[in-house]
Unconditional design. Structure first.
Length: 207
């Protein structure tokens, strides 16, 4: 399975995906790293691993349709089967979502459907979790649809929220499990163990 990774930041989830591939855990390869930022750390991670990179930003195009057309062209050029959003902070154009229906995954640093939606990314999520007083947070891998953080959930894992947690300490705990569950979710797709029906997702075990 060929994965196209979209990232806006330093690319720690991207690195976790590469680590899983290099260790033989994830039967896939990354054929493209796309970023909306020309200075994203993820671009350097890709280059140091010999992975093709491209910088595509809405600012380069007059409208969303032109952006989507260019994205689809690049995805086709690199024979991308599945898109993994790894800290990608822009909404995916509707035309791309439709072309890759049920083949775009995202990792979110909270237990969706709570603490999701526009503006809910990075430290904003952890601040909201702590302000709410909940005792559990975690990470969610979900399928991307036309709405922010609303697609079917593939995998979730929890972490405890301690009374002394800060947004930084909570982020560190959540990031650790993000790096574990994202490769697991991608592995299930690569091995055709994912069944989707009526907005729900089931993952078959190997047995």
């Amino acid at each position: 399975m060929n994965i196209g990774v979209f990232a806006s930041g330093r690319g720690s989830n991207f690195q976790a995906i590469l680590n899983a591939i290099q260790r033989g855990i994830l039967p896939a390869r990354v054929t493209l790293l796309l970023s909306n930022r020309f200075d994203a750390g993820a671009l350097e991670v890709a280059r140091s691993n010999g992975i093709p990179t491209i910088h595509i930003s809405q600012k380069q195009f007059s409208d969303e349709a032109s952006l989507a057309a260019r994205m689809l062209e690049v995805l086709k050029e690199h024979d991308v089967h599945l898109i993994a959003l790894a800290g990608y902070l822009k909404k995916i154009p509707t035309a791309v979502v439709r072309a890759y229906r049920n083949r775009i995954l995202n990792i979110h640093p909270a237990l969706l459907p709570s603490f999701g939606g526009p503006g809910m990314y990075g430290h904003h999520v952890h601040e909201a979790v702590l302000a709410s007083g909940v005792k559990l947070s975690g990470a969610t891998v979900h399928i991307v649809d036309e709405e922010y953080d609303r697609g079917p959930i593939v995998i979730q894992r929890t972490v405890p929220v301690d009374e002394h947690d800060t947004p930084e300490t909570l982020a560190a705990k959540v990031l650790k499990i993000e790096h574990e569950i994202y490769p697991q979710a991608l592995k299930a797709f690569a091995e055709n163990r994912v069944l989707m029906k009526e907005g729900s997702v089931w993952i078959h075990s190997h047995n």
